[in-house]
Ligand binder design. Structure first.
Ligand SMILES: C[S@@+](CC[C@H](N)C(=O)[O-])C[C@H]1O[C@@H](n2cnc3c(N)ncnc32)[C@H](O)[C@@H]1O
Length: 241
């Protein structure tokens, strides 16, 4: 039997009949990850203390209620934190965290091309969400312009002292794209430690942030426990265990 399977697989390389399914492959892939997402939500929602599942309509402003919940529950208002945001755009979420943490020793690092998305994301074309680097009058904030694929590793090398300090770390994944999210998570992996917080802004987008999350936890054998979510798990926060 095994011999036949191997024979058939090799034969399909030489006579690629599977290509008749090519027009449907993206749809099958979407279904695969969407079902994984559904199963993940139903399996984990009972353990998440703060969530709104199921709400018929999304309200993007709810993400600020999520941040507030994390700030209070994790006691981050006055604590020294190291906040890293991947995908800054106009700086809306970045500024929220900057304004709501009062510790003068905190660090806030924002990464973005500041030239928009490097590739198409759903109905958003390449180059969408292009903003100038936000002008912020707070010396704790620093921005790194360019692709994460080019800026993150040099950043880690030059700021290792800050990101490995005892300050509470928050990693905010808000780049929307699968490529950007999986790249950032995998580069940050060696530095992650128990108690770190990882937020996703578009977690329930099956083929992008969810796919990156799913691959990250299964391939790196890392345990991320969901602690709070809004908008039917569109925005979510995990704690590293
Ligand atoms: C949804 S926006 C960020 C929104 C922002 N956090 C807010 O609260 O308004 C996504 C951003 O990710 C950036 N981005 C996506 N992939 C990137 C990559 N590989 N490198 C750098 N920036 C990227 C885009 O330029 C875009 O500005």
């Amino acid at each position: 039997m095994l011999r036949f399977i191997k024979f058939a697989k090799d034969a399909l390389l030489a006579f690629p009949l599977t290509l008749i399914f090519l027009p449907f492959s993206r749809f099958f892939s979407f279904l695969y990850y969407y079902n994984k997402l559904v199963i993940w939500i139903w399996k984990n929602k009972g353990d998440v203390t703060y969530h709104d599942f199921y709400s018929p309509f999304r309200d993007y402003k709810k993400r600020y209620a999520l941040y507030e919940n994390i700030l209070q529950e994790q006691k981050l208002k006055e604590e020294s934190i190291c906040y890293l945001e991947f995908g800054v755009a106009s700086g809306a979420s970045f500024k929220w965290w900057l304004e709501h943490n009062t510790n003068i020793d905190s660090h806030f690092y924002g990464f973005d091309t500041f030239e928009g998305l490097p590739e198409k994301w759903g109905s958003f074309d390449k180059g969408a969400m292009s903003y100038k680097i936000p002008e912020i009058d707070d010396s704790r904030a620093k921005f790194f312009k360019g692709l994460f694929q080019e800026t993150l590793n040099p950043f880690i090398q030059s700021h290792e002292v800050n990101i490995t300090s005892s300050a509470r770390r928050i990693f905010h994944m808000d780049a929307d794209l699968y490529s950007a999210t999986i790249f950032s998570l995998s580069q940050l992996f060696p530095y992650l430690k128990k108690g770190d917080l990882i937020m996703f802004d578009e977690f329930s987008v099956a083929m992008h942030e969810f796919k990156a999350f799913d691959e990250f936890v299964s391939n790196f054998y890392i345990k991320l426990r969901p602690i709070a979510a809004v908008n039917n798990f569109y925005q979510i926060c995990f704690i590293v265990e």
